[in-house]
Write a protein that binds this ligand. Structure first.
Ligand SMILES: [Fe+2]
Length: 295
């Protein structure tokens, strides 16, 4: 990478216990005048039973950025999430910054335009986001260089973000004792995920990996940081001793037993719109659709 690759990002994690999601603020290190930052995978609180949204999780992130005197450059998504709604519009309204996601979000938009029967009013060109990343595209957080790395498999649009010695892995892999992401959503592909994960695991062993989710298996403490070396040695799904065929077989069999995430129908519907609510009806209320027997 060009620019200042030796800069070590200051990384602050915000864990959301309702959706097991980790939101990150990725900031230029101390000592830089007017430090800039990015937010990755924010969470809008969503109560399905009442249809109410709230911003207390996102407001903690906003408060942190304000209190740290950071300038927000980017509001990043690793992919359109199926388990939580992004708070990107709320954060952008408060702090500015550009929303961005991988350019294959268009495939997810096409798939789910059909599921929700959104018709011609819903654009499937990714234009709801301010920027769409190509594979290996480099960008800057202030003066700090970052890179988008395509990692399809969980969804066709998944990207990881590399900032110096840190990679934010989205929903590719989880902590070594939990394994890897499911591949049974539309255009998911276990074989692709195997190769995507190899892309990340081919980085130097000391590369720091930051998870998007943690489920604390076995009652351990929540954790979200590991290394390439640790994954290659100890991941229960994809260590150095697991072949492509074994991984695909394991992933496919496991996915066949998983139920749908509790918030998939509202989450995807909003996340393919970059988190913006559908146009309100003439009573001023926004509505979501609930497709029956379609997913
Ligand atoms: Fe996901």
């Amino acid at each position: 990478m060009t620019g200042a690759p030796s800069m070590k990002a200051e990384i602050t994690a915000f864990f959301d216990p309702a959706t097991f999601t980790i939101t990150y603020v990725i900031a230029e290190p101390e000592g830089v005048d007017e430090r800039h930052c990015a937010v990755l995978d924010s969470v809008l609180d969503f109560d399905y039973s009442s249809g109410r949204t709230a911003t207390s999780s996102a407001d903690k992130v906003i408060e942190f950025i304000k209190n740290s005197n950071l300038v927000l450059d980017w509001i990043l998504e690793s992919h359109p999430h199926a388990d939580h709604v992004t708070a990107a519009p709320h954060i952008q309204a408060a702090l500015g910054g550009k929303t961005a996601i991988g350019e294959n979000v268009t495939r997810v938009q096409e798939n789910f335009r059909a599921v929700y029967n959104l018709g011609g009013d819903f654009e499937t060109d990714g234009s709801q986001f301010d920027h769409l990343f190509a594979d290996n595209e480099e960008f800057q957080i202030g003066k700090m260089m970052a890179k988008a790395i395509y990692t399809p498999g969980h969804t066709p649009s998944c990207v990881c973000y590399q900032v110096g010695d840190a990679v934010f892995v989205g929903d590719t892999m989880f902590m070594p004792d939990f394994g890897s992401a499911r591949c049974d959503f539309p255009d998911g592909d276990a074989r692709q995920l195997f190769h995507s994960i190899q892309r990340i695991l081919s980085l130097p062993p000391e590369t720091r990996l930051f998870m998007c989710h943690d489920y604390a298996p076995g009652g351990r403490e929540y954790a979200w940081e590991t290394t390439v070396g640790e994954q290659r040695e100890t991941s229960i799904h994809l260590n150095d001793n697991v072949s492509e065929e074994d991984f695909v077989k394991m992933r496919t069999e496991r996915d066949a037993q998983l139920s749908m995430p509790g918030l998939i129908l509202p989450s995807i519907q909003l996340n393919i719109r970059a988190g913006h609510f559908p146009e309100p009806d003439d009573n001023g209320i926004s509505y979501l659709k609930l497709p029956l027997n379609a997913v």
